[in-house]
Design a protein around this ligand. Structure first.
Ligand code: FAD
Length: 280
């Protein structure tokens, strides 16, 4: 792999739940404009947020001059609902979406909607809107937790690309070899689209453990042990996290990653710290 000449940074936010959180988000996003993100994205559904919340946050970020992309998940939705949402985004001038399956809250197994997998959503978006949207999809270097095998998961990823995805963002990981291996296997299958590593800053041990458990991302033993040892010492957790994630990002960029997608959790400090370290 060759070194990427100008890495593209992108930032992910989630819709704020109240006015105070909205103000914090705007403040954080303003600070992070220094990164000159290629685009920003806004999650949907995670943590009970609504589609209206996603659209509203996309509007807020677009008004700040960002190319803002809503996440759109198909689980639990009908084709008509998806068609409406796409039409609204199109009317609002949105040109980029992150197309996902999403996750049903537990206990809703029977109501999965009309499209069962993200590949069907990508196909649907292309059928309905042609090339209007730049479509990002998810990729899992350490395998999606529900996949039956790494190869089956890769096959499903390749299918999303063949259905018309323009680029991919990975689930976060702390082991760069998992990313390099995934990219190599995807390239061997003829995938040429950018596969951008998703980067999770480390700021909070219990939250990170919980997220990692849910999404199947491995928190390596040495990182887990170091974080546990810091206990309530938040400053040390942040400093250690900053070093670990900066090294990870540098390694990824030095070895050909086309950019970095930061899961900001609506906070500027950790992402900005990593970005500043990378500028040195
Ligand atoms: P898919 O690509 O459909 O894959 C899901 C599982 O099904 C995988 O195990 C795959 O191997 C398998 N599969 C795929 N196609 C088939 C098939 N045809 N037959 C059988 N099995 C198949 N969640 C949210 O709720 N809101 C968000 O905003 C959000 N943003 C995200 C952003 C990124 C960058 C990432 C990486 C994840 C995000 N998620 C979000 C989480 C995501 O919704 C979950 O990981 C979800 O479980 C899978 O979504 P997917 O689009 O990867 O699904």
């Amino acid at each position: 792999m060759t070194q990427s000449s100008s890495p593209a940074f992108s930032l992910e936010f989630f819709p704020p739940r109240d006015i105070a959180a909205q103000e914090r988000l705007v403040r954080a996003a303003k600070q992070m404009l220094a990164i000159q993100p290629r685009y920003v994205s806004v999650t949907f559904g995670a943590g009970g947020s609504t589609r209206a919340g996603t659209a509203e946050t996309v509007r807020t970020l677009a008004n700040m001059g960002c190319d803002a992309a809503p996440h759109l998940s198909c689980i639990g939705a009908s084709r008509d609902q998806l068609r409406d949402i796409l039409a609204q985004y199109r009317e609002a001038g949105v040109r980029r979406v992150v197309a996902l399956r999403g996750d049903l809250p537990s206990g809703m197994g029977g109501d999965a909607g009309e499209l069962r997998h993200a590949v069907e959503l990508v196909r649907f978006i292309r059928e309905e809107t042609g090339d209007w949207f730049h479509i990002e999809v998810a990729a899992y270097p350490e395998m999606h937790p529900q996949a039956i095998s790494p190869t089956a998961d890769l096959n499903h990823f390749v299918a999303k690309v063949q259905a018309g995805a323009d680029a991919a963002i990975t689930q976060y990981f702390f082991n760069p070899d998992a990313y390099f291996d995934f990219v190599e296997r995807a390239r061997a299958r003829g995938v040429t689209i950018p596969i951008v590593p998703g980067i999770m800053p480390i700021t909070n041990y219990s939250q990170l453990s919980r997220f990692s458990e849910m999404c199947g991302a491995e928190l390596p033993r040495w990182i887990r042990l170091r974080l546990a040892e810091f206990g309530d010492d938040k400053a040390s957790i942040r400093a250690f996290g900053q070093d670990v994630v900066t090294d990870l990002c540098q390694n990824l960029l030095d070895n050909g990653a086309p950019g970095l997608h930061f899961y900001t959790l609506n906070q500027s400090e950790a992402t900005m710290g990593i970005w500043k370290n990378l500028q040195r």
